[in-house]
Design a protein around this ligand. Sequence first.
Ligand SMILES: C[S@@+](CC[C@H](N)C(=O)[O-])C[C@H]1O[C@@H](n2cnc3c(N)ncnc32)[C@H](O)[C@@H]1O
Length: 247
Amino acid sequence: LDSLDKDGEIALLNYGFVDLDPEATALELQPEDEANRYCIQLYHHTVETVDLAGKDVLEVGSGRGGGASYIARYRKPARMVGLDYSGKSVAAAQRQHKVPGLSFKHGNAEKLPFAEAAFDAVVNVESSHCYPYLDRFLSEVKRVLRPGGHLLLTDFRRQEHVSMFNKQLDACGLHLVRKQDISANVLEALDRDSARKEALIERKAAPHQREPIRNFAAVQGSAFYEEVKRGELRYWSFVFQKPEQTS
Ligand SMILES: C[S@@+](CC[C@H](N)C(=O)[O-])C[C@H]1O[C@@H](n2cnc3c(N)ncnc32)[C@H](O)[C@@H]1O
């Protein structure tokens, strides 16, 4: 992706979210953010219940930085740090998103390069499925969060991984505040965002590169999209809180 997108046009890499409540008011975005509306809406959904204004916020798995930039610009934390395992994505994010208080760092979710109790919130969007040891990540989150701080996590799992996912989350030592199955919201976003992604892929990728990228982007008709549609791959969002006093 880094070699296909040298101009940094692709700032977000998630499957998106649509609020299915017909009464819901549309998220207000600046014109320059409209192209990424569905991906940004997944971030909005992930963080909406916690006030991040003036807080120290870490995003783990920040990718190309568009989500961290959205949080920094719209939710006004004092400090927003995006961390990713891909050095190229971190470099692209640093080039692309110059926002006061926002910085990017190279690192591993399973060994966070931060001191204990350094953050009020940890955000994690569609990244945790990549970690070989989710329990190590969760234990690192608990370590870097301040008492009362929040973990805001959104991700998918295939059926065969769901029970392990739940077991690891149950054992993480953080208090579960909210859990939502958002599979239908994500499927709706995949439908609405498919034409934009197809156009991007056609413009950026050579013909022989397109099929795997279509699948990665879960455009309509791709194998990945069909798995979501059949309900074999499900999405959840979670809000956890670190207890004020930990044992
Ligand atoms: C699907 S992308 C999502 C990126 C971003 N959250 C977004 O929504 O645009 C998953 C990201 O997780 C990152 N990642 C995977 N394993 C990681 C790890 N062990 N530590 C930190 N980041 C990791 C990948 O490099 C990638 O940028």
